[in-house]
Design a protein around this ligand. Structure first.
Ligand code: ZN
Ligand code: ZN
Length: 401
């Protein structure tokens, strides 16, 4: 019988290969829904393992199913998800594997996730004869656009076979190597984008009485939006309303005709999310109406909160304790970060964990989404061992997730 120690040893032996894969992806980062090269490398690898591969799922997603050698038709399927996209950031690291695609960078660690997925595919394929079920490997595009998971689901990634559970991980540079965060309930928040366009009436900077100043109206909207969390959300609930951009005007002596605001909203509770949407709409329209301006409000890219099932978290906790040691498996307070793994977990309950990725001796202070982000590659085998073992453990008996 397979043991986690064997899986761990095999994952460790893959280390040079994992680093090579990760660095190759890091050198050639691609933005969401443009992961053509990345998807090609993944598909080639899966095909070489003898798997039947589907490409173009959710535009650039790749899917393969590893089926145990003697599997009953009603045997369970477990989904493992790996995201592949990079960010529109100009890399400032001076490393041999620096991005060669200027203005695009793997600044969230998804290069590591894709490499881990290729390693997991290899270890699971090698133990096909011990798998009493199926593992659906999902390489997802456009996580950073919070729309890749939805695109894959729309293209049928959850059909034929339908997974009963889903698992995934995120490398986390704020956490030391070998630590793993596993918790039941909410881990990350629901997230969404909004944009507000204010249409005023432009004019001469010296003749304000003939204009409707879009800059002034937009500024009042920015201030008024702060009242939503302060005065509308139940204080025992959690929410964020952030204005990320405010653009208005063309010249110093012209009163602006048009202003555009964009931002993000975060919460854990669906009712709170609905409240944020309603109040942003009311405030934007109300402030515009008070000044005679026209207003457009749009919401996009909403993902639900990332919530782990009790059974899914219990299974991953057990596995993680064997891979990294009991004292290395911890919990954190939920964060307002958004993650579209939530779309899978909402349909196939399971667990999403954070895996420590910084050198404990040299803690990296550069956070995710920063031009100097990097992670300690020694975390890669841990990720492979964790998800390979989770799939095996789930199929061998932990099905009631
Ligand atoms: Zn990210
Ligand atoms: Zn990420």
């Amino acid at each position: 019988m397979d043991t986690f120690e064997t899986i761990k040893a095999e994952a460790e032996a893959l280390f040079p290969q994992l680093v090579a894969w990760r660095r190759d992806f890091h050198v050639h980062p691609e933005l969401g829904f443009q992961e053509v090269r990345t998807a090609g490398v993944v598909a080639d690898h899966l095909q070489r393992l003898g798997l039947e591969v589907s490409t173009g799922i959710g535009k650039t997603g790749v899917v393969a199913v590893i089926e145990g050698d003697q599997v009953a038709p009603d045997a369970p399927t477990v989904l493992l998800r790996f995201d592949m996209d990079a960010l529109p950031i100009f890399e400032q690291n001076d490393v041999p594997y620096r991005s060669q695609n200027d203005g695009v960078m793997h600044a969230c660690g998804h290069d590591g996730h894709t490499a881990i997925g290729m390693g997991v595919a290899q270890l699971l394929t090698q133990r096909r004869n011990q798998l009493p079920g199926r593992v659906k490997l999902v390489f997802q595009p456009a996580e950073e656009l919070t729309s890749g998971a939805r695109a894959m689901i729309k293209d049928g990634v959850l059909n034929d076979p339908t997974p009963a559970a889903a698992f995934g991980l995120h490398l986390w540079s704020r956490l030391p190597l070998n630590q793993v965060i596993v918790q039941a309930g909410p881990l990350w928040a629901s997230a969404g984008r909004y944009s507000i366009t204010v249409h005023g009436r432009g004019g001469h900077g010296a003749m304000p009485h003939e204009t409707i100043d879009a800059t002034l109206v937009a500024s009042q909207i920015v201030t008024a939006l702060q009242t939503i969390v302060a005065r509308n959300v139940d204080p025992t609930q959690t929410a964020v309303v952030t204005v990320g951009t405010l653009q208005s005007g063309d010249a110093w002596n012209i009163i602006s005709a048009k202003a555009e605001l964009t931002g993000t909203i975060r919460s854990f509770d669906e009712q709170v999310h609905q409240l944020l949407v309603r109040r942003i709409t009311e405030i934007a329209n109300g402030v515009c109406a008070a000044h005679g301006a026209q207003c457009e409000v749009d919401f996009a890219g909403h993902v639900p909160a990332t919530v782990n099932s009790a059974a899914g978290a219990a299974l991953m906790q057990q596995v993680a304790e064997q891979i990294v040691g009991v004292e290395q498996v911890t919990q954190i307070r939920p964060m307002m970060v958004g993650e579209d793994m939530a779309e899978f977990l909402n349909r196939a309950p399971g667990c999403f964990v954070l895996v420590g990725a910084s050198d404990p001796a040299q803690p990296m202070h550069s956070p995710h989404h920063n031009p100097t982000f990097d992670f300690d590659e020694r975390t890669l085998p841990t990720g492979v061992a964790l998800l390979t073992s989770t799939a095996v453990a789930y199929l061998q008996g932990g099905q009631s997730i």
